[in-house]
Structure formats: C-alpha cells, structure tokens
Design a protein around this ligand. Sequence first.
Ligand code: CTP
Length: 403
Amino acid sequence: MGILSGKNVLLGISGGIAAYKTASLVRLLIKSGAHVKVVMTPSAKDFITPLTLSTLSKNPVYSSFTNEDDDDGVWNNHVDLGLWADLFVLAPATANTLSKMTNGASDNMLLATYLSAKCPVYFAPAMDLDMYKHPSTLQSFKKLQSFGNIMIPATSGELASGLVGEGRMAEPEDIVRFLEQDILSKLPLRGKKILLTAGPTYEAIDPVRFIGNHSSGKMGFEIAKAAANLGAEVVLVTGPTHQSVKHASINVIPVVSAQEMYDAVHNHFETSDVAILSAAVADFTPKEVAVRKIKKKSSTLTLELEKTKDILASIGAIKKHQYLVGFALETNDEIENAKGKLKRKNLNLIVLNSLNDKGAGFKGDTNKVTFIDDQEHITEFKLKSKTEVALDLINKIITQIDA
Ligand code: CTP
C-alpha cells in the first residue's frame, strides 16, 4: 500500500468535459487505499452522473447545500466535509471555478467546501488552449499558488474543441502519481535512516531452553510504523516476537540473542541518523551453552551467567551526528535513575516507563511514558495507546533533529 492508503481524499469536480475521466480517478484513488468523497458543481453533473461517482467511491456525492430530493431540510455540511479531507483535489478545475476560488466566492457546495478546507489543496486545470493562456486564467493559477494551493499542470494534446494545445487535464494515473510524489517529498523524515531495536532477546541455555522476558515488541513495531509513515527508511532489529509489519520502508532484521542484536545494530549504526533502542535486551547470558539438552539428573542446577554487552551504551560511546534514544524501566527514583542513564549512555533522549504506572510497560497495548531530553526538559504523558506514544516520540525527535 502506498502513501495514499488510509487518507481521506476529497475530489472536487467542476463542469468540464474532462469530468468524464474522474470515474477512473476515483477508481485509482480507491485502489491506492484512499477513502474518497466527491463534491461536484451543479454543471459537472452534465458531464458525469453522481450515481457513477457514488458507486465507485462508496460514498454519497455532494452537489448542493441541501439534498434536493428531500423536503426535510437536511443540510450538507461543507465545514465537516472540508475538515474530513486530508487532501482536496480539484479535477477538473475549470477556468470559472478557479477564478471563483481566487475571490472567495462560495455560491455552490464545492466552493464553500474549498473555503472551509484546512488540508492541502491540489487543482488540475482543464480547459481550451486559449482559455488556459488567458491572462485572467494565468492570474488565477498564480493567486491560488500564492494561497499555498498546488497546481497539477495540464498537458498538451488534442482538446475537446478539436484544437491542439495546452489545457488537457493531467491523466488520472498522472494525478495520482503527482499526489503521491508531492506527499512523499514533504514528509518530515524523508531521507533519514532510523535504526530501531524491539522485543526481547533469548539467551540459549541448551539447544531447547533459553533465558528470555515478556517483552511483546509492540512498542518498537509501532515506532517503526510511525517513523516509516513519516518518510523514514527504517531498519528494525527485532528479537523473537509475534509482531509483524509489511511496509516498503521497513527492513526487518530478526535476531535471537543479545550478541546478534549487538552485531546487527553495529552494522547499521554508522549510516543511521537516529537510533531508538527499545528492546528489552537480556542483561545476562549463560557463560556456556550446553551442546546437548541438559538432563534433570541432580536436584539443583546452577547456571553461570555473564553480562551481555550494553548495546545502547556501546553506540552512545561512538556516536557522532546520530540522535540517540534509549528506554528505561524503573520502579523507584524514576526521574533520577533515568537522567543518570541518559548521561552515562550519552543519549539525546530517554523514554521512561515507570512500573508504578498501571497500564504501562511490557505486555499491554498501552503505555505511560515520560520523555527526558539532554537539556533536561521533562515531558510527562498520560496513559495512551502504544500507537499514540510512538507518534509522540517520533514527533519529539522531529522537533529535536530539526532544531
Ligand atoms: N539496552 C541495550 N543493551 C543491553 C541492555 C539494555 O541496548 N544489553 C538498552 C535498552 O534497549 C534500553 C536501555 O538500554 O533502551 C535500558 O537500559 P538499562 O540500563 O538496561 O535499563 P534497565 O533495563 O532499566 O536496567 P537497570 O537494571 O540497570 O536499571
């Protein structure tokens, strides 16, 4: 699924012959995973029927302020529609509609929605070549762009009039590609490589047994998704978990032991811009791994354990430009202990989970965290889903690496 997946796309259709192509445009947007609603000017209905568009978009189509067939005075709320949209795409955008948009006219549902929309607005002009070149049209393009609206330029070719020239609406495939590329180029983590660790590690005792912990890996996987959705290229080094993720920008590297996690992290750290180590790495590992399954011959068994390498501290010691984030799970003197870890491991930010908070920690879907940065700014959050915590963390990192 691409960048349009899950996005609310409002398609605004005005009355030009290119409106017939919007059936394909709606199909392509739906295929790319977007939710689509259509608002059209009354004259657009002369070129394509609302029934076609509502069938393809799986949503009602809006073309007037009230439902014409109803006498019950139900009002189509242009404000709600404008706020619903993550992007508003006007295609085809006629000279008339563009001109009205520049002047704040709102004498139809499409224009009123345009004035209400707070999201990015794209417009794909379609008109005859002389209309396209007319100074008043050129002025409309310029003015709308000065409002921050984004033009999807028309192409040259045969026009409905039979004349050949500039003014053909961009093809539906090209409009979708334009939207995707524009959104991708503006993502805040575009061009950044983020290295992540997640889940537990398993330390082998013998061929069938290990020392592990209850970490679900969910927090790390949510962070990976949040970062990738904001444009980052993510390397996710994960211990054994039940989590899975399919995203073109997330490279999952499965590992088992702390040593394997250490090696994978060191392979990628130098080329990373940000490293977030959320794994619950085993602090100790058996000194010797029995080659054969240990038999229960004696009444007690003593395992000799040795410390694992502290992965976070090891990259803290060699970091250059990288922004480094660690996690801490504390039961007492939480803030002081977390601050100590931040300094000792040379971090830029530490995410503190307190075991005293209900709903925080290892296994569940929620977490309650406090961020402490290297300027000693402390931000406490309420109990949230791990998806929301991941977004808070990524947003914090974006403000820090941009600063
Ligand atoms: N960490 C690591 N490698 C280890 C141990 C921990 O990378 N061998 C990372 C974790 O991913 C986490 C942070 O270090 O980001 C946790 O630090 P740690 O000192 O282990 O904290 P606690 O587990 O809370 O340890 P302590 O028992 O010392 O309080």
